[in-house]
Design a protein around this ligand. Sequence first.
Ligand code: ZN
Length: 575
Amino acid sequence: MSKRKVAYFYDSDVGAYTYGLGHPMKPHRIRVTHDLVTAYGMLDKMHVLRAKRATPEVMSSFHTDEYVHFLQNVTPETAERMTFHGTRFLVGEDNPAFEGVFEFCSISAGGSIGAARKITSGAADIAINWAGGLHHAKKREASGFCYINDIVLGILELLRSYPRVLYIDIDCHHGDGVEEAFYTSNRVMTCSFHKFGEYFPGTGTQEDRGRGKGKGYAVNVPLKDGITDESYKSVFQPVISKILETFRPSAVVLQCGSDSLAGDKLGCFNLTMKGHAACVQFMRKQNIPLILLGGGGYTVKNVARTWAFETACALGIEDDIDLNLPWNQYFEWFGPRYRLEVAENNMEDLNVKDGSLERVREKALEQLRNLIPAPSVQMQDVPRESLQHHLGFSKDDETAPRDELDEELAKHVRYVYNLQEPDSTTDESSSSSESESEDDGTSSISWRMQNRVNGRRASRSPMPPTSNRSRTSSKKQRMSLLTGQYFDIPEEPEYAHYTCGIDPARASSQKRRFFLPEGWDEYLGVDATVDMHSRLFNEYGGHDLGGVMARGGRSNDGDLEEAEEEEEDGMVLDS
Ligand SMILES: [Zn+2]
């Protein structure tokens, strides 16, 4: 297979953050992945970079200023007050205000933005950021373990140079944050393959196809439990081939969430490492600039195996590497077989059993056959501001729409948020959802949201058993990724708006601290944790961890201002 220039982004600090004891999301998995990549000798075969961390200004090109400001300032101690008792920004238990949360986000987002720049500059054909792929983060709130949407930020960077970008999501969960961000745009096509039905985040039906100019440009492939490599391939390849043929993207972002692997702690699919990686191999073959991102994945050793193997796929050396694992720091985790493999289990493939896979595939292909081709975009040097403005990400998009697209985007944002509030069916939300259903037969964003218009019109999407949820609940509700339960969100207090609960006098004096990982509980006894901490400290090998702690987890580059020079979006990692 022909060679590709591969850029690989890794920040050695990323593995040290922890969402808290017992939380399934473990940033440490990125470190384990990197260790396997290193042990396989892949670092010599690609351009290894540490990305410049994303600044609050850059994050604000998608997220609201108040939300970014909140993330910068929140600490475990102030979380209760700053979230107004868990009613704003971080709702429920999925997204704790852990130590260093902002730095963690700036590493994840910095890598994806850096990856996009390596692609647009032509310095790389494939760029990898396993710390990215946090697809659930919303414009003004965290969701499903994701705080800052590095994917949206990376795609925005690509759109400065490319007319059309394809986003593909193979995480077990629906890529809702990215879909929502570009729901009314025909310059970004989103395509998500995910488990649907009583499963987080509850969105992603085949009726959700985009709106306005973006109609038809959101593709959803809802799947059931137990999908195998063969079934997955039988829907992934024809749908993606059809997208490539009709949409003709100039770049592709592939979110490689590995909770779709067999045996994942939170996932319910039955993909092997090779079945998952077949998506990467298929995309590489297309010879279109490609960004590979991480995402979900909660059985750490399998995540590391798969992302290491997919790094090999990016390099085109997957057939040459020894599937017996080389010695590495975490070797003992990979027993008893010590192999680079994730095997399938004996769960039943419900997609084949009831014939739904074929129906889902046909419906997706039909949507693509009816697609109105995207107009070509006159590309010049697109100024960042006008691009954000064009896409409706400018800060005052909700108060002062300036043209038709702005108006459409602003309407969409309000539409999505109004749907989360069943009883606040303002004239606008009801008329917009009804005109949508009349005009093309599409219904609202999911069965969850359809619940909320129950009684006003019949729903067309699958409706799960209501179980623990009241259909007539008047409260705003949200689903938890951790528990799958719905919970009510208290009314937002009047005073919450724009104040973020930050006492300006205290904000500047709040010192950020940097913690060593605690999430070792599943591999080590409690007593071993202390040893592990000191071992980890030593493993920083030459990295000035004390200095990092003193600087609040930031790298040493003083000001975090965004660099415009090509080489400054990442520095070569010495390792
Ligand atoms: Zn996921």
